[in-house]
Design a protein around this ligand. Structure first.
Ligand SMILES: NC(=O)c1ccc[n+]([C@@H]2O[C@H](COP(=O)([O-])OP(=O)(O)OC[C@H]3O[C@@H](n4cnc5c(N)ncnc54)[C@H](OP(=O)(O)O)[C@@H]3O)[C@@H](O)[C@H]2O)c1
Length: 329
């Protein structure tokens, strides 16, 4: 047990360091070529809409309105993404703890995703206010390295990062099945350090906690597995993907140990990817014409082999376990 926990901590830091270096390298060249400019990405996004891949053959630009749902819309990446969606004239449904964006096109539903009653109430209100469904969904809310906390039978990372957001879309199915849409779960490259075996699937599954690193990595691996296994018959009009947005210093790292927090939020901050670039890259990805439903992307590159490192038999079992749990909410 102790060794499992320790090896996850070491893996998470190694993965994060390697990813940061790769992202620095990619961003350096992309920036030189102007591919990270806001104008360039928004123009690309609009041009892709004209390719009519979303919204049942009608370009979003042509439809009377376009709608996006975002969780954690007040977070570091979420706020940038919400502002970009507003710039693209989306009507934004923002679900989360706080909101600091003042716009007539942003509709905020205050919701603690660790509280099932609040979540159910939000589902009812969202169905009423957005009865014509959504074009884009960003499941972005997340917690990392949180001290052990149980919320009604579920450890907090599982509850917020996975179960409540699966509950949300599962219970919005009636409106999500109205028109073509794309559903993007924000995962993490640290899902590479998440692992399961058959013996893990027991009564205590949702309460397990070796340390915050393992719980975060496991929750993100389960996000990838959900996306990989999601039943197309339940969501016939949706393309599902998960994606690592980049290593982006900010409040997500608030529970990291002091030394790393300082290094990430006060040193790396000046060289690593920022939240604006992270949000632009998410928009670029979600609008691509060649998206493969079920895939896990790392910084825009298909890395589904990470999810596939878990056997197909176990992935199916884990998907069933997730669905069983959210149906019992
Ligand atoms: N930043 C990175 O390096 C990185 C790397 C890989 C993956 N990611 C993923 O990217 C996503 C966004 O990360 P970020 O860097 O923007 O982090 P962030 O600033 O901490 O944003 C996370 C958002 O989730 C919200 N949230 C947390 N607990 C919640 C709850 N119980 N109910 C409702 N909302 C809740 C937060 O609200 P409060 O701010 O009010 O707590 C915040 O708005 C996360 O899923 C994260 O795991 C980030």
């Amino acid at each position: 047990m102790f060794l499992d926990g320790l090896s996850t901590v070491i893996s998470v830091y190694l993965i994060a360091i390697i990813c940061t270096l790769i992202e620095l390298w990619r961003d350096f060249w992309d920036r030189r070529e102007g591919k990270l400019d806001e104008g360039y990405i928004l123009k690309t996004f609009k041009a892709r809409e004209s390719l009519k891949n979303i919204n049942n053959g009608i370009s979003l630009g042509e439809s009377s309105y376009k709608t996006a749902l975002i969780t954690g819309g007040d977070g570091n990446i979420g706020k940038e993404l919400s502002n970009l969606l507003l710039k693209l004239n989306f009507k934004v449904c923002s679900i989360g703890l706080h909101n600091s964006i003042n716009s007539k096109n942003l509709f905020f539903f205050e919701t603690d995703l660790s509280d099932e009653e609040q979540l159910k109430n939000t589902v009812r209100n969202v169905k009423r206010e957005f009865s014509n469904g959504f074009d884009l969904v960003f499941l972005n809310a997340g917690v990392m390295l949180h001290p052990y906390k149980i919320c009604k039978e579920h450890e907090l990372h599982f509850k917020v990062n996975l179960l409540s957001q699966v509950f949300l879309i599962n219970n919005l199915r009636s409106i999500l099945n109205i028109k073509e849409n794309r559903i993007l779960f924000i995962s993490s490259t640290t899902s590479r350090a998440g692992f399961f075996n058959e013996n893990d699937i027991n009564k205590e599954f949702w309460k397990r906690y070796l340390n915050g690193y393992k719980s975060y990595a496991d929750s993100k691996m389960l996000v990838n597995i959900f996306v990989d296994q999601v039943d197309k018959e339940l969501f016939p009009k949706s393309i599902f993907i998960s994606n690592h947005p980049g290593i982006i210093p900010g409040p997500l790292y608030r529970h990291t140990n002091g030394l790393f927090r300082f290094a990430i939020n006060h040193v790396l901050k000046y060289i690593a990817r920022d939240s604006h670039t992270g949000a632009l890259k998410l928009l670029e990805l979600v609008s691509r014409d060649d998206l493969r439903s079920g895939a896990y992307y790392e910084d825009g590159v298909d890395a589904s082999y990470v999810t596939e490192s878990v056997s197909i038999k176990l992935r199916k079992k884990l998907y069933d376990k997730i669905m069983k749990e959210v149906e019992a909410y």
